[in-house]
Design a protein around this ligand. Sequence first.
Ligand code: AMP
Ligand code: MG
Length: 517
Amino acid sequence: MLNFDNRYVRELPGEPLRSPLPRQVHGAFWSPIEPTPVAAPRLLAHSREVAAALDLDDAAMASPMLLEALAGNRLLPGMAAYASCYGGHQFGQWAGQLGDGRAILLGEAINRRGERFELQLKGAGPTPYARRADGRAVLRSSLREFLCSEAMHHLGVPTTRALSLVATGETVIRDMFYDGHPVAEPGAIVCRVAPSFIRFGHFELPAARNDLDLLRRLVAFTIDRDFPGFASDTPVEIVRWFTEVCERTGRLIAHWMRVGFVHGVMNTDNMSIIGLTIDYGPYGWVDNFDPGWTPNTTDASSRRYCFARQPAIARWNLERLADALAALLPRPDDLLAGLERYDEAYASDFCTAYAAKLGLREWRHDDAQLLEDLFALMHRAEIDMTAFFRSLALLDPERPQPQLFDDTFYRADLRQRHGPGLAGWLQRYAARLRLDGRPPELRVAAMNAVNPRFVLRNYLAQQAIDRADQGDGQMIHELLEVLRRPYDEQPGREAFSARRPDWARHRAGCSMLSCSS
Ligand code: AMP
Ligand code: MG
C-alpha cells in the first residue's frame, strides 16, 4: 500500500536500545521505539490531498489495516518506528536534549512520482524523550493541528501536512491551565506528513555536545536528502546551504505575517530546516489587529513570541543554527551572509505580499508609511485583520466608502472614534490606487487571490472541538472543506468567515491557549 525507503535510520546512527525509559542519548539521532497500541481507534477525518500525494485511494483510506497503522496499533510492511533526537532553545534558553517525546516516525514513504514523505504519528505513546510525560495528545490539540496544517497549505503557506486524525478511544489526563484541575480528555493521534521533520535543534544538540563528527554527518545527510542541488563537501557549500535555509525561513515568516498566523512557540526545536511551519501547539490567528498579541498563555507576560516579534525571533533562531554550524567552518563569519539573506528575503517577500494585499502592482518606498499608518489604525481601532483586507478589494478608488468596513470593527465605540481616521486613510489609499492605475477587475481578482476570506479562526476551531468532544465530528469536515478554498467566495458558508463573536473574546481555546496538549 505504501513503499518505504528509510534513509534516516539507514544512514544516520541510531541507538541499539529499544526502551521507552527516559535517558540522554549520545552519538545517535534516533531511538527505535514502537507506538503504544490504543483501545478503540476511529478515523475522525483525513486529508484527501495528502492521501492522494501518498497514492492512498478511498479503498486504502477505508481499510482497517491502514487505520490500525495510523493509530499506532500495527506497523505496515517496510515501516520503521523510531523517535528522533534533538535539542533546542526554549524561550531564549538552551534546554539541552529534547527529542520526539510523543512523536514516532514510521519511515519515509516514496510515492509513484518518486517523492519522499516522512510519516510521523503524534501522540502515539512515550519515547525515550518523553521525560516522564505520557507521550499522548488530546483531541482538542490534535484537531487543531490537523485542520490548521491543511488550512495553511491551502493558503499557500509552507507547512507540514496531516494525513489523518484518529480518535484513540482512550482518555488522557491534562491540567489545561496548570492550576491543579486535571481532567480526563479524549485522546487522538495525528499522522503528520512532510519531506523532512528535521529541526534546527537536531543540529544544535551535537554542536552543544561538541560531537562534530555527528554534526557533520547530519549536515551531509540533510543536504543530500532534503536539498537537491546542494553539496556538503566544502565550507562554501555548507554556507550556501545555510543561506538557503535562511531564505526559506524568511519567506515562511513573511507568509505568517501576511495571513495573520501566530505560531506561539517559536523555540528552535520547533523550526523546520526545510522552512515549513511545524508543531502546531498554542498557535492562533490574529482577529483584531494587535502586534503584541500571542495566543500562548505561557508566554502572556513576556510576549516573546507575539505576532510582531516573529520576524526577529526567526532571525534569532537562525543565529542559534549558525552558532551550531560554526564549528564546521574555517571562517564562521561567512554564515553572516546567510543571515543577511534572511533579512532580505523576509523584507522583500513582506513588501511583495503587502503590495499584493493592497492591490498595488509594485511596492514603492513611501508605501511603507501608508501600511504603517494602517497597522496603527487597525490596532487602535481593533479592526479585524482578515475581514479588513478582504473588504478592501470592494473599495471604489473614485469614491472610497468607509461603510464597507463597518463589520470589521469589534466595538461600536471604537468605530465611532476612529471613523474619521479610517476615512482619511482610505482617501490616501484611494489616491495611491489611482496612481497605480490597474484596471479594477484585475486588481480585485489579484487582491482576492492573496487576502483570504476564510482562515481557521480560533473560535471556529474551538467550536469544532466542543462538538467533537460531544461525539459530533461534522464540523471538522465542514471546516476542512471550507478551508480547502480560502480565497474563494463560498455562498452559504459566510458564517465561517464571521469575525470572532463576543462570547469567544476571553474564552479558553479562542483567544488564549495553553501549551498543555
Ligand atoms: P513542544 O513545546 O510541544 O514543541 O514540546 C517540547 C518537547 O516536549 C518535545 O520534546 C515534545 O516531544 C515534548 N512533549 C510535549 N508533550 C509531551 C507529552 N505529552 N509526552 C511526551 N513528550 C511531550
Ligand atoms: Mg515541538
